[in-house]
Design a protein around this ligand. Structure first.
Ligand SMILES: [Zn+2]
Length: 459
């Protein structure tokens, strides 16, 4: 009795409090073989394993699936070398990489193929890849890119750059959206109206109004909500699987709810900066919190928490954009780049601010950080949950450890963070990717090539 044949011995057993899809299993254990979850046990009945991780008193979460990461949109320095190390240290075992690469956006099968090879060569966590389109198409790239495993398309209504990050004209959207949805993948949007924004920025510049908060004032809530409204109507008529990236304002969520009643298939995300910062923080943090869309007023921030807790916001993503410090220090706010690093902080921040301070259930946190993003981007059931047959990806968190966030300690190439000095309760003490420890609480222990490209399943 209790004597297992050696061929049945587990590769790995982790004992701790498991955050399962429908509740926490206290003093339980999860068994792993060949990188996959093969058993769930009470600690007393845990079979022997080649390696046992004692996480007693710790929370074993599913590895975080961060569905909004820019490793190459920032021209210098980051790359998968840095972004996947940051991910491992932050408990992120899979991320969805954006297609807006500086100089070479993912707009054709050849570029996507090259990026897949780069993932295999450099990554230390798993990565799924998004594709995008050129401003005027062609659209015959959609089918071969889905065939190669692209997990969706990211498009924009706001033009940051006509080549790298263009605004796609309505006439092209009308043709592209049905094609994308026919291939079973979602299409996600940066939803901001550039006619409103560019005009306001022009006025502000002429009037010399270039103080930090001018970034928020030139991107009023309607510049987001009017774009969201347009996309919802597009999704209604084209039956698209629509995703709205980085929603900053509750009004956008209210619009989504109305269209869901009409049967529109739409999901959305918000990001930690819309939950932790409000406009007045711009005076203190200046360009460190210059992000598109902008951070909003305090009341909007508070309502975003309510919408998140009630399940009206599907997921939280980092929108990791690791600009160097040199792109964040101009006194004229408009001369700074938009975006902030966030891969390494998203999980502990959401645990501390959500679970510890605002009573969010850990199971809900796991849904919004892991399961929902995996589902939306067709990475489920392989990713996003602790269940039999899923990849053995875990983020083990010490729920009582208090620590201060320091930009200088981050693995991303950007050695700064808008959360500098913030005290956080809950620390990632180990990250496991397909059964292998890739971060041990102090060091990233994985090597390039441990991560893999995750092609999307058929949706
Ligand atoms: Zn982004």
């Amino acid at each position: 009795m209790g004597c297992l044949m050696s061929r049945d011995e587990l590769d790995l057993a982790i004992k701790g409090d498991l955050v399962l899809p429908h509740g926490i299993a206290k003093d339980a254990a999860v068994g792993v073989q060949n990188g996959v979850i093969t058993g769930l046990y009470s600690t007393a009945e845990t079979p022997s394993a080649k390696e046992t991780v004692d996480a007693g008193g710790l929370l074993v979460f599913p590895g975080v699936v961060d569905s909004h990461v820019h490793s190459y949109s920032v021209p210098d320095g980051e790359g998968f070398e840095h972004s996947t190390a940051a991910a491992a240290a932050g408990g992120v075992t899979t991320f969805v990489e954006m297609p807006y690469d500086a100089g070479n956006p993912t707009t054709n099968p050849e570029t996507l193929q090259e990026k897949i090879q780069r993932v295999k060569r450099l990554a230390i966590v798993d990565i799924a890849l998004l594709a995008t389109l050129k401003k005027e198409g062609p659209l015959d790239v959609i089918a071969p890119m889905v065939e190669l495993g692209a997990c969706g398309f990211k498009l924009s209504l706001f033009e940051t750059d006509p080549d790298r990050f263009p605004r796609i004209p309505d006439g092209i959207l009308w043709k592209a959206l049905p094609l994308i949805s026919a291939h079973g993948v979602p299409v996600g949007f940066h939803a901001e109206n550039d006619e409103i924004i560019f005009r306001l920025i022009d006025e502000y510049r002429k009037e010399g109004k270039t103080y930090p908060k001018a970034h928020c004032e030139t991107r009023p809530p309607i510049s987001e909500t009017i774009s969201v409204l347009k996309l919802l109507e597009f999704a209604y008529w084209t039956r698209s699987r629509l995703h709205i990236y980085h929603v900053s304002h509750p009004r956008s969520i209210h619009l989504l709810q109305r269209f869901r009643e009409d049967g529109v298939d739409v999901t959305t995300e918000t990001c930690p900066h819309y939950l932790l910062f409000h406009e007045d923080d711009m005076d203190r943090l200046k360009a460190f919190t210059k992000i598109n869309p902008p951070i909003r007023k305090r009341e909007a921030m508070e309502e975003m928490w309510e919408l998140l807790k009630s399940g009206h916001i599907d997921m939280v993503t980092s929108d990791h954009a690791p600009w160097g410090l040199d792109k964040k220090q101009a006194s004229n706010i408009f001369e700074n780049s938009s975006g902030a690093p966030g891969l390494e902080t998203i999980f502990p921040l959401l645990y501390s601010e959500g679970v510890v301070k605002r009573g969010l259930a850990p199971v809900r946190l796991a849904q919004m950080l892991s399961e929902q993003p995996a589902r939306r981007f067709n990475l489920y059931p392989r990713k996003g949950h602790i269940s039999l047959g899923a990849d053995a990806d875990f983020a083990i968190l010490d729920p009582s450890c208090r620590w201060a966030i320091r930009g200088s300690e981050m693995r991303t190439s950007a050695k700064w963070t808008p959360y500098e000095g913030l005290m956080v309760q809950g620390k990632v003490v180990r990250t496991i990717l397909r059964g292998k420890t890739v971060y041990d609480g102090k060091e990233v222990t994985a090597t390039a090539g441990d991560g893999n490209f995750i092609p999307a399943g058929k949706g």
